[in-house]
Design a binder for this molecule. Structure first.
Ligand code: MLT
Length: 323
């Protein structure tokens, strides 16, 4: 008798969650971007959201929940209901580096479900115009000549711009004084205003200011020049051979979100990445599309784990302290 009741209950539950997944979505979806509005992560997600709402049939709202290198926004997603209505944007910083820096209170792998890999961003080394340097070699010489470390804007400890700064320090044997912001959007404003010296920024964030001549761009951290900035040399060409870094990104949902809902969110993102106007808008920012065979939730999960294995030793060796 007990077994029959349990079976009936289970059947009702499965029926319920499948029916629930079938009706998903039936109200707007919130995508939590853990960095400031107007920055590179926000810009990418707003472009993608515009197209995702078409295939999902419901509004896709971007919410900027910032602070602590993006770990506060990720925590908001970890603790949200696993119903598909709260989705988290993240990248190498928030979903890898932060795990080696902060006492997060959540696990980046087991408390989240990967949804899809998103475009990646080559980094670019930029400075305020007042820096007396024309080439990357000049810049490195100037950074080394300073009595006190130059200031480098970041989106907080563990963010992409911070990890890239650490890698730049390692590659050039310089020391930087990091100045944290809630995103590289506001950091860039201060660079233009000459308040800070440099940023190792995402190309999509700085490219327009470099073009406008309000800041100086020295090199992109990629093996090939960006189609969007063919005038900017690669780090290889600029004398920092092998210093390559592109900031990959993705979407995650809370652990326990039904697989059917993860599949629907994945399909909407994949559709957006394939949509010609959306793709063009992303590529115009210098963003690089993820490989077509890497667009499953499992592919993101596997990639995240591999990056954790690669980056945690490097980041732990840097002894990054957070207040
Ligand atoms: C942002 O959108 O501000 C960036 O992703 C921050 C960063 O990680 O550097």
């Amino acid at each position: 008798m007990r077994k029959i009741i349990l079976a009936a209950l289970l059947a009702t539950f499965v029926q319920g969650s499948t029916a629930f997944a079938e009706k998903f979505p039936s109200r707007p979806i919130t995508i939590v971007v853990p960095f400031s509005a107007g920055g590179p992560s926000d810009a990418m997600m707003r472009i993608l959201g515009e197209r995702m709402k078409v295939s999902l049939g419901e509004a896709v709202l971007v919410e900027n929940t910032t602070g602590a290198g993006g770990s506060i926004g990720v925590g908001r997603v970890v603790h949200a209901a696993p119903d598909g209505y709260t989705v988290g944007f993240g990248h190498l910083g928030t979903h890898v580096a932060n795990g080696a820096i902060y006492k997060l209170g959540y696990d980046l792998v087991t408390d989240l479900e990967p949804v899809v890999l998103l475009p990646s961003n080559p980094m670019i080394i930029v400075s305020k115009n007042a820096v007396p340097a024309k080439t990357l070699a000049d810049l490195v010489a100037w950074l080394k000549s300073r009595p006190v470390p130059a200031t480098a804007g970041t989106a907080g400890a563990g963010s992409g711009s911070h990890i890239a700064g650490l890698a730049f320090e390692n590659a050039t044997a310089i020391k930087l004084q990091y100045v944290p912001y809630r995103g590289t959007g506001p950091a860039l404003n201060d660079l233009v205003a000459g308040q800070i010296d440099i940023i190792v920024d995402q190309l999509s964030n700085s490219i327009n200011q470099v073009r406008a001549g309000t800041i100086r761009g020295y090199a992109v951290t990629d093996s090939k020049r960006s189609d969007q900035a063919p005038e900017i040399p690669t780090t290889d060409e600029a004398g920092l051979a092998g210093f390559h870094m592109t900031l990959w990104s993705g979407l995650w949902v809370p652990k326990g979100t039904p697989r059917e809902i993860v599949a629907k969110l994945n399909a909407a993102a994949v559709d957006a990445l394939a949509d010609p106007p959306t793709r063009k808008a992303l590529e115009n920012l210098g963003l690089q599309m993820p490989p077509a065979d890497q667009l499953t939730p499992e592919a993101l999960g596997a990639w995240q784990k591999a990056e954790i294995e690669k980056w945690w030793p490097i980041i732990k060796a840097a002894h990054v302290t957070v207040d």
